[in-house]
Write a protein that binds this ligand. Structure first.
Ligand code: URA
Length: 449
């Protein structure tokens, strides 16, 4: 580690500490020196904490995002490639939308170069769900991803060393220093990766509610508007939907179980809430891409692609291209199976008041199905299938869920988690959040639910 970092970074930390702005050139130099290993982690951690406490001015946010994006390469499609649109979700419990949405949108002529993340603690990640498919390879190079998008219109990959490596390093440092929860840092981190995809448009699925990364609507709105501004100013039209995460999405929670549910969705047998969120995001993607004249037309196009099997065919092609077994679309037995399945019955009669998503997500992790630390292994087979939703009437002793576990101890822990997470009461119970509550654009906030 050279001393040079020490010397030029110290005054930047002091300025940020005092609530003053750094220039674009300073952000650029700082981030490229950090990515090159020339700035020690202790200095960068101090600077990140100053950002968390004092915030970033608009110009600084743009400069930081651009510097992180420029630390790597971009997909850089040539002219003549059809419109490319991606979706980013802030993550939730049971959120398997990407596995349905990416092939669905690609099957109707809009390319989807999708860079996704892994799950951490209570929220799952798309890469873990894809890796539940035997043989599926998510570590594509940018060159491979570009060629695959040009050939079949879709690629689903992880953040490699090529994509915003400065963000990768900074994210690990933020995780270790309590500086993840700063909206400007989150927005810059996500957008630095999305901008490397060379997109014609981006749709954000910002989850709201107790199981979300940011549970409060006010924070979600701020994150949405910050990312929209970053996208729009960089020539990437961006729209956000705020969607409910006060209960799990769909029925399945746990990697292989969610992949199985996503395959059912591609075959036209998906749960209503999963399909509603998928179609709502897909409509935005088609409208941004300019391939649908109206939202109604976009919705019809997407429904037809599911009904005709085109979306499922595109997922088979995607799985085959990335080394996996395409039989997964029709045969859940291809996926890893948990040794034990134990039915959980309603402890009393009444109305399902709540299904607490955070408790379910944490229980999946406790079963071995999600990470506590970035490098942990995950067991894809474990988790829950919860067949009821808030508002449903249940009889005492009626089966409402199944725990999938490695052993009896896990099954007992899973049942205990369901005892806490599923609340059955008398009368209507608390009103759940609208499934899709707001549509946010650069110029408007539309209340939908
Ligand atoms: N996801 C990211 O990619 N970055 C963040 O900072 C938070 C969530």
């Amino acid at each position: 580690m050279s001393n040079e970092g020490d010397i030029f970074v110290r005054p930047l930390i002091q300025r940020k500490r005092d609530g003053k702005a750094l220039t674009r050139a300073e952000w650029s130099r700082l981030i490229s020196a950090y990515a090159a290993g020339e700035v020690p982690d202790y200095q960068m951690a101090a600077l990140l904490m100053a950002v968390l406490l004092k915030g970033l001015e608009e110009a600084e946010l743009g400069a930081l995002t651009d510097a992180m994006s420029a630390s790597g390469s971009s997909l850089a499609f040539g002219p003549g490639v059809p419109p490319r649109v991606d979706k980013h979700s802030t993550g939730g419990v049971g959120d398997k939308v990407s596995l349905v949405l990416a092939p669905l949108v690609a099957s109707v002529g809009v390319s989807v170069p999708m860079v996704s993340g892994r799950g951490l603690v209570h929220t799952g990640g798309t890469l873990d769900k894809l890796e539940a498919i035997p043989g599926f390879r998510v570590n594509l190079s940018l060159d491979e991803a570009r060629r695959q998008v040009e050939a079949i219109g879709v690629a689903m990959l992880g953040q490699t060393e090529e994509i915003a490596p400065a963000d990768r390093k900074l994210y690990a440092l933020r995780d270790a220093t309590g500086t993840v929860d700063a909206i400007p840092l989150i927005a810059a981190s996500i957008m630095s990766k999305k901008l490397a995809e060379d997109l014609s448009g981006l749709v954000l699925d910002i989850k709201c509610g107790s199981g979300a990364f940011l549970p409060e609507l006010e924070q979600d709105m701020e994150l949405a508007q910050t990312m929209i501004r970053l996208g729009e100013e960089r020539g990437c039209p961006t729209v956000a939907l705020i969607t409910a995460m006060d209960r799990p999405l769909g029925h399945a929670c746990g990697n292989a179980l969610e992949t199985e549910e996503a395959m059912a969705a591609l075959r036209g047998e998906g749960p209503a809430d999963l399909m509603e969120v998928t179609y709502a995001l897909g409509v935005e993607m088609l409208v941004l891409a300019g391939t649908a004249r109206s939202r109604r037309e976009a919705r019809t196009t997407l429904e037809e692609a599911i009904a005709s099997g085109r979306a499922a065919d595109r997922f088979r092609a995607l799985v085959a291209a990335q080394g996996g077994n395409p039989a997964v679309v029709d045969d859940p037995a291809v996926l890893p199976q948990a040794p034990l399945a134990r039915v959980y019955e309603a402890p009393r009669a009444g109305t399902v008041w709540r299904i607490e998503p955070r408790r379910i997500g944490e229980a999946v992790a406790a079963l071995g199905g999600a990470r506590h630390e970035v490098d942990d292994d995950v067991d894809p087979s474990v988790g829950f299938v919860i067949t009821v939703k808030p508002g449903d009437l249940v009889r005492r002793g009626e089966p409402v869920a199944t725990v999938y576990a490695r052993d009896e101890r896990g099954a007992a822990a899973g049942r205990a988690a369901l005892d806490e997470a599923i609340r059955v009461g008398d009368g209507d119970g608390p009103e759940p959040l609208p499934l899709v509550s707001h549509r946010v654009t650069a110029t408007s906030v539309e209340k939908l639910g």
